[in-house]
Design a binder for this molecule. Sequence first.
Ligand SMILES: *[C@@H]1O[C@H](CO)[C@@H](O)[C@H](O)[C@H]1NC(C)=O
Ligand SMILES: *[C@@H]1O[C@H](CO)[C@@H](O)[C@H](O)[C@H]1NC(C)=O
Ligand SMILES: *[C@@H]1O[C@H](CO)[C@@H](O)[C@H](O)[C@H]1NC(C)=O
Length: 551
Amino acid sequence: MKFWKFSTTAVAALLASVSMVSAGGPADGQAAADPDSAVVKLTEKEFKGFLEENPLVLTEFFAPWCGYCKILGPEFSKAADILNESHPNIKLAQIDCTEQEDLCHKHEIRGYPTMKVMRGPFQQPDDYDGPRDADGIVNYMVKQSLPPVQLVEDADAFVAASKAENQPFIVQVFPSKLQKKFSSHNETFGELANEKRKSMSFFSIEDDAQIAKLDKAVSAKLSGLKEPAYLVIHPNELDDVRVFSGEVNKSSLEEFSVNAKVPYFGDINRDTYLTYMTSSLPLGYYFYSHIDERAAVDKFFTELGKKYAGKINFVGLDASQYGRHAEILNMNPEIVPLFAIQDNSNSRKYGIDQTENPNPSTDDIKKFVEDFLAGKVEPIIKSEPLPSEEEVASQAVVKLVSHNYEDILKDNSKDVFVKYYAPWCGHCKKLAPIWEELADIYGSKNEDSDVVIAHIDHTLNDVDTPIPIEGYPTLLFYPANGEVDPKTGLREHRLYTDGRDLESLIAYIKKNGLGVDGEKLRAEKQIVEDDGEEEEVVEEAAEEAAEHDEL
Ligand SMILES: *[C@@H]1O[C@H](CO)[C@@H](O)[C@H](O)[C@H]1NC(C)=O
Ligand SMILES: *[C@@H]1O[C@H](CO)[C@@H](O)[C@H](O)[C@H]1NC(C)=O
Ligand SMILES: *[C@@H]1O[C@H](CO)[C@@H](O)[C@H](O)[C@H]1NC(C)=O
């Protein structure tokens, strides 16, 4: 799961960079709601009591000076007034974080405005992820006020209404003669609905006459069930309902709901990437540069998706918009169409060779998918070549690439300190001379050194990391004798967040690793060497790097 996070971040960053949503500038409105509106202003003292009395509250945490809060303020007031008329049991409240610091701290508020849906004082609040205009807020909250599982009372009306839904939904079919024996299934379904109601609608149909009606309308066979059935229905695709099979428990039902939600051949873009990334299944990408190219393979992929439902998902990707995503898959974005597979469970990437076969046919793709599922395809691993002898000799820092990364991290007898960097990053350049000096102090590249100071250009080497790398440089310290995670094969790590000066780094290594005293090594070195000149050079380099940063 850890690696999955990394890929999500990468996709998110990439797709977001392509089309930024432009936000309107701060308006003239007030962040604090109109005192005459139905918004309730809360303080820490009143907070718990208010939640006890009101089972459903949307709380906005804000600061009076914040621009986006000023845009939201009037809409929030309006929504509260509408709800006060139509659904008086739903409350909207505001907390001014400049006055209620403790309360905001407790709720880990990191930005303004933050809105949370609260259901009583004991249930963990949910982040609000709906629209920010009055009508949007009202609709979202009314939906939240419905029971998590909605009972279908009229199957014909349900079928008719389902066509107007814009998202797939899940239905439990629960005939009367099974209701006693399988009450625990029903409970599991209810619990899942309670947790996932934001991402999907949950229905249950429990009346035999209505089940018979539904049976006629959908492709699944619902008469004579021996266990409750679970269906994911895509609007307007009643002849292609996905049916759960296997042992019912919360995680298996959840996995089914996520995997069955995606179309057999959809498109991945800003709106859909999260859905695909939360699926545990491998994702097969077809990059196309023109819509005709996509249309030509639509039927092929839809059938392939159907055949391998629950094993792999397939998506098209518009390379004219998101083509650079190919780099994340270790493919060349210049050669399109291309076909590649990303395995979300371990972040490995596979692709049809673009040099040998630059325009793969549907037969090639079919064969490739079969081989992949049979475990017969090798992943593509991006790596710089191993450093040459001259390179090793000229640098104090140990250079890591994909090919030697694991070997060096595997040596559990040493403290290994890795700088993950990108060549374009200014802070990395600033740190480079300090890192070099650090490596020099520990004699890092010598066989007998207990401390390995290393770096890796993370843009050129596709390596597994224990946490997602969200910025450069990221400094990870792997202490000697650290435990090895049996699942990932990676050893225990610590994220370094102290100062990026030599003294702090040395102190950290001494404290967190084998205890090698870098200050002592440094003093010894200075006695031996004619150090004056050398230090000046280092300082100059640091200054240069800093100046370069400003440009
Ligand atoms: C909320 O609704 C009640 C009942 O209709 C009404 O008496 C009250 O004035 C409303 N509050 C606000 C602030 O509009
Ligand atoms: C199934 O669970 C729901 C709550 O999620 C409950 O309202 C309903 O009565 C249960 N159905 C049966 C037949 O027990
Ligand atoms: C849930 O069911 C699946 C099969 O559908 C099974 O593989 C898994 O081990 C079960 N998990 C739990 C926690 O029982």
